[in-house]
Ligand binder design. Structure first.
Ligand SMILES: C[S@@+](CC[C@H](N)C(=O)[O-])C[C@H]1O[C@@H](n2cnc3c(N)ncnc32)[C@H](O)[C@@H]1O
Length: 241
């Protein structure tokens, strides 16, 4: 079985980034990888199926969020457009204390996430099948999280409308982005402001093979106006400019 190979690959890459994990956590990460690959034959979860690439582009990238940004103990986090559970499932594996909600609009993906959570016996993690535009209006979720995160979902202007309504005033929206983050920031200033956010920091890092990544840290400084997010589809069709 390839299991141990993946565990060693993850371990070696983590060491390069000075991230130390217990054998138990490495085992869970390896099992998560196996589950994604197995289900990927039936539903399209990721185009990254090579072990080394998966370890770096998905696992290490998600763990950098935990390494570089202080996520408070027992904080509540929502991963918007989580897909196969990235970064949400990976964060949950290393952070028992965080309360994590995984949101995705595709039912096949949320079914997969529920299966994985059961198989890996993860606790304090919840899955919701809905669109961000709908859930952001729901009183139980609106301005109810310390953090919202999103990776590879949309441009930053649209993401501000998807993600900031979930965040309490004083909390953060963390956008995981690639090299072109600067251009995206320029096009999102108005949307961030309208949604009640303020760009506070841009954290840059390189993955072990040199891929350039950024975390855009947006603090929620005032409530999101009631009329946002707009109807499903509108934030993507007509991003605020
Ligand atoms: C390219 S995938 C990225 C998945 C994962 N975050 C990652 O980094 O691999 C984008 C995901 O966002 C979801 N998505 C797109 N728009 C959404 C919306 N308005 N509400 C909820 N989920 C959405 C899609 O279903 C898809 O699973």
């Amino acid at each position: 079985m390839k299991n141990n190979v993946m565990k060693e690959i993850i371990k070696e890459k983590l060491l390069k980034c000075e991230i130390l994990l217990t054998e138990e956590k490495l085992y869970l990460l390896e099992n998560y990888f196996q589950e994604v690959i197995r289900r990927n034959e039936i539903i399209n979860l990721t185009s990254v199926i090579d072990e080394k690439e998966f370890a770096e582009k998905h696992i290490i990238d998600s763990l950098y969020l935990n390494k570089l940004f202080y996520l408070s103990e027992s904080g509540k986090l929502i991963d918007v457009g989580t897909g196969a559970g990235i970064p949400g499932i990976i964060l949950k594996i290393v952070r028992d204390d965080l309360n994590i909600t995984l949101l995705d609009s595709v039912k096949k993906k949320t079914d997969f996430l529920n299966d994985v959570i059961e198989k890996l016996d993860l606790k304090n993690i919840y899955v919701i099948n809905d669109r961000a535009e709908n859930l952001g209006k729901n009183r139980e979720h609106r301005e109810n999280y310390d953090y919202s995160v999103a990776r590879a979902v949309s441009n930053l202007s649209t993401l501000a409308e998807f993600c900031l309504p979930f965040v309490k005033v004083g909390g953060f929206f963390l956008a995981m982005k690639g090299e072109k983050a600067k251009e995206e920031i320029d096009g999102s200033i108005k949307a961030v402001e309208i949604m009640g956010g303020k760009i506070e920091d841009i954290i840059s890092y390189d993955l072990p093979s040199g891929y350039k990544r950024k975390i855009i840290v947006i603090r929620k400084i005032k409530n999101t106006p009631e009329n946002y997010p707009r109807r499903p589809g509108i934030p993507e069709k007509r991003p605020i400019k």
